[in-house]
Ligand binder design. Sequence first.
Ligand code: CA2
Length: 149
Amino acid sequence: MSKPIYVLNGPNLNLLGAREPEIYGRASLEDVRGLCERRAQAHGRTVVFRQSNAEGELIGWIQECRGEAAALIINPAAYGHTSIAILDALRALDMPIVECHLSNPAAREEFRRSSYVSLAATGVISGFGVASYELAVDAVCALAVDSRS
Ligand code: CA2
């Protein structure tokens, strides 16, 4: 069995679909989970899909990727702009990492224009709404080269 792709989601993304639809759209995070699962399946892959509002829990899951994941997709939400601890955890991974955002933070407030996570990411996909996640799955599936026994 090939290793799964981990898809980790940061704080407040559990509210997706319930608030600010003009920025983040109307799909729920469960809808996004389904999109990722279907897209991964088309590549012969599986996903582990999780969300947390807690920085430490996200760091624990990033550490879990070592040995368990073929690649990581992370929407760090606001922690991307603030968390050196998440950056350090990502730097301990040796696998493709895609930073994924629903909106395009570069086109928003000044404080969203820097990302610690970008320093460790293989690439960044932003601004395509929930399609950002599907594109991220395509990207990591093109890059993930773990053994598929
Ligand atoms: O565009 C993205 O995906 C973001 O990561 C979303 C974060 C924001 O802090 C980043 O700058 C960009 C916010 C996630 C909060 O999501 C909500 C969804 C619905 C309602 C309220 C918050």
